[in-house]
Write a protein that binds this ligand. Structure first.
Ligand SMILES: [Zn+2]
Ligand SMILES: [Zn+2]
Length: 284
């Protein structure tokens, strides 16, 4: 029993520093890059409305609460691991299996998020919980964790539930795959809320056009009722919930740009991704 209490205390310290760290780093680094390249980012701003100080304050403080709720919710993983229900795979990594684990978790989370999000948009659930996230009509990178306590539990519940299913069906997961899943999640999350189109012109018509852009989630915040997906456009297309003017809006804001500016923006996105991953890599 004392071991279990130690494990829970360790988990809370780890979860708090990791969740807080990745939020502050990802949102902070992206905000800084958008400010450094402000000429570029102002030209690609999706809405003419700008978020005010009150928005930033609400987003920041509710994200702090979300960090705490994430930690408390995922105590369930520690308990299930102690009971032998969840297996975190130790030992040498088999890379094809690792890649499969990572991709499967991302695809599963995208499906979970889409349907949870549709549920949160039912009349009762919206008023009860999701309205808080939608107070950010003009999102900023700091909106990424701006949830009510209930929504934070629903968001965090995916990880223990998924790990339980994978442990039962496939014998567990590598911790590094879980870490990369979480890093990808926060990076895509702050990109989707950045208010600035970060993807290159022509993206939606390209071979990777099924990966959601910033305009995709921005339209969800400015208008609601469409674009419920997180990483991919699949579910919105299958269920007929994609914004009818998604591509047109994307094309209007993602203008072709000269190579100098283009190179700078691409370097900054890569730097942002690397920095976010590297500085939270203590889990590896
Ligand atoms: Zn929503
Ligand atoms: Zn959002």
């Amino acid at each position: 029993m004392p071991d279990l209490i130690d494990a829970i205390v360790d988990h809370m310290i780890g979860a708090f520093t990791f969740d807080l760290g990745r939020y502050l780093i990802a949102a902070g680094v992206l905000s800084l890059l958008l400010w450094i390249f402000r000429k570029w980012s102002d030209a690609r701003r999706i809405q003419s409305r700008r978020a005010g100080i009150a928005d930033y304050k609400r987003e920041f403080f509710s994200s702090m609460r979300t960090v705490l709720v994430f930690g408390l919710t995922t105590i369930s993983t520690v308990l299930m691991e102690a009971a032998g229900w969840v297996t975190i795979t130790a030992g040498e990594i088999i890379w094809p299996l690792f890649v499969l684990q990572l991709l499967a978790m991302i695809v599963a989370h995208d499906a979970y998020f889409y349907w949870m999000h549709r549920w949160l948009h039912t009349k009762t659930m919206f008023r009860f919980s999701h309205l808080h996230h939608h107070k950010s009509r003009t999102p900023t990178p700091w909106s990424a964790y701006s949830f009510s306590s209930f929504e934070a539990v629903a968001e965090a519940a995916f990880v223990p539930v998924y790990l339980l299913i994978v442990s039962v069906l496939a014998g567990g997961m590598y911790p590094f795959a879980i870490f990369l899943f979480l890093a990808h999640m926060i990076i895509r999350n702050v990109m989707g809320h950045s208010g600035v189109e970060l993807f290159p012109a022509g993206w939606t018509r390209g071979p990777l056009g099924w990966i959601t852009t910033t305009t995709h989630h921005d339209l969800h915040h400015s208008q609601g009722h469409s674009n419920f997906g997180l990483y991919f456009t699949w579910w919105d297309r299958w269920m007929g919930t994609e914004h009818p003017e998604y591509e047109a809006k994307f094309n209007a804001v993602a203008k072709p740009i000269g190579w100098n500016v283009k190179a700078a923006s691409q370097i900054s996105i890569i730097a942002f991704a690397l920095l976010s991953v590297a500085t939270t890599a203590r889990w590896v």
